[in-house]
Design a protein around this ligand. Structure first.
Ligand code: TGC
Ligand code: FAD
Length: 392
């Protein structure tokens, strides 16, 4: 196993735009990742298992609900701090970031934004400390890009709701204690419902056979006449805009996270190019390899600027969903291209688990698909600039 030598890359001196608190939080996350995760991540990916013993550590660096107010157990940080934590986690592995971003943006966020005060007090502190892990059920076997077509539904039975249906591709599902599930009522209106492990008729089978995001657990959510107490309905919002607003927050985190994956691939390829000798020269001395590295750092720098600006706008409440789509789409695609080129630069060694690049490459196939595919985000931008809705 190689030591994690990552140092970060800041070509346009972006650190000068961060506060001391931002840098402290980022550096703490980086050090924790190097010490606790880098030594075991390859094995976790090989075993296709999320290393659950990392949960308290993730909580300790503020990765669960960084921007949730402290009164609910969150860290009360701003959006840029949230992004920096996601960047450091995904620098190591997209699955690690997935676990944290689902917990923060897809479970804690809707409970904080749309939950009752009782729900906030019951769930948020336990989710922030990692005592409970949550998952987010939107996608169904027949409704992925088009979640509005969902068929999971609940009926009002007087003293409780009766929930039926199935969700698929759900991160954290196999071990989560809590699921925020989106389902239609008898009028066809979408609501969020909190379902807890142990409720009769609720099961979470693991999905097997993934060649991507292997260090994250993915499963189904099956609801077979599940009796859900009425107080578990999120009262603050109905309609598809509820889950989509959570996706805005998670997609923003992914935009930062993808920069982390790209930075790691660049970092490894740069170091390799300075050490690997062929034709009596380091391969970094050849123009073709320099072209790859120069283009990588250019694209990373552009993404860093785009995303920091997005973070400022989110702090001010001025970032639109379309702006977030643009950053998610651009940055994941950028990271995927960099991973592919970095892998080539390592020659045969690039396909082994001795280096993280192949794992990043495979992970990014999930990241470019979930939280809205590459093409869906393009259509969101297209709709925003033309005014024509290609989905209707
Ligand atoms: P449409 O008619 O456009 O919109 C319905 C209502 O929602 C509002 N809205 C939004 N609100 C907040 N944030 C957004 N981003 C919003 N986008 C739309 C909209 O204004 C409308 O409100 P109202 O009041 O008029 O009802 O909806 P549509 O059915 O045409 O679909 C639009 C589309 C395709 C963009 C949307 O469905 C979409 O984004 N699809 C992609 C699905 C997706 O991203 N799924 C992700 C599942 S979760 C996941 O992948 C987690 S991975 C986690 C990990 O491991 O990291
Ligand atoms: P489809 O929607 O069937 O799309 C197939 C192809 O058709 C794509 O290329 C798509 O871009 C294209 N397409 C679809 N509609 C259009 C259109 N109108 N115009 C042009 N092209 C179109 N979901 C959750 O709810 N919670 C989770 O925690 C979660 N975690 C996930 C973890 C992993 C590892 C993965 C892979 C997925 C996860 N998902 C989760 C699901 C994810 O959000 C969906 O896979 C994604 O939204 C795409 O849906 P789909 O797979 O059904 O593809």
């Amino acid at each position: 196993m190689r030591t994690d030598q990552y140092q970060g890359h800041d070509y346009y001196l972006m650190d000068e735009l961060l506060t001391d608190e931002h840098k402290l939080i980022r550096d703490a996350a980086r050090e924790w990742v190097k010490k606790e995760v880098s030594p075991i991540i390859e094995e976790a990916a090989e075993n296709c298992k999320f290393p659950q013993h990392l949960i308290p550590g993730l909580a300790s660096i503020g990765a669960f609900g960084p921007y949730i107010p402290e009164e609910y157990g969150g860290a009360g940080l701003d959006q840029i701090a949230y992004g920096l934590i996601m960047q450091e986690l995904e620098r190591c592995d997209s699955g690690l970031r997935s676990t944290a971003s689902v917990q923060s943006s897809l479970v804690m966020y809707p409970i904080w934004k749309y939950g009752s005060e009782e729900q906030r007090m019951k769930y948020l502190p336990k989710l922030a400390s990692g005592e409970w892990i949550g998952c987010f059920g939107l996608t169904e076997p027949d409704h992925g890009s088009n979640p509005g077509g969902m068929t999971t539904n609940f009926k009002d039975m007087g003293d409780h709701y009766l929930l039926n249906g199935a969700k698929m591709w759900i991160s954290n599902a196999p071990f989560a204690q809590v699921a925020v599930v989106w389902a239609k009522n008898e009028e066809g209106r979408i609501h969020g419902i909190i379902v807890e492990r142990g409720m009769e008729g609720f099961t979470t089978p693991t999905m097997h056979g993934k060649w991507s995001l292997r260090a994250s657990d993915t499963g189904e959510l099956i609801f077979d006449n599940v009796k859900v107490p009425k107080e578990n309905l999120l009262p603050g919002r109905s309609g598809l805009g509820g889950p989509l607003s959570c996706l805005d927050s998670a997609r923003y985190g992914i935009a930062w996270g993808a920069i982390g994956a790209a930075l790691d691939c660049y970092d490894v390829a740069l170091r390799y190019s300075q050490e690997r000798m062929q034709f009596n020269k380091p391969i970094g001395a050849f123009q073709l390899q320099q072209k790859k590295l120069a283009e990588m750092i250019t694209e990373i720098t552009k993404a860093q600027l785009l995303t920091l600006r997005l973070g400022q706008l989110r702090n001010e409440g001025r970032a639109t969903s379309s702006m977030i789509s643009m950053a998610k789409r651009n940055n994941v695609d950028m990271a995927k291209t960099i991973a592919s080129n970095a892998r080539q630069m390592l020659g045969g060694m690039g396909i082994t688990g001795e280096y993280p690049i192949m794992r990043h490459m495979m992970n990014l196939e999930s990241v470019i698909t979930y939280e809205g595919t590459h093409d869906i985000h393009l259509l969101i931008t297209g709709m925003d600039v033309t005014g024509f809705d290609a989905f209707k």
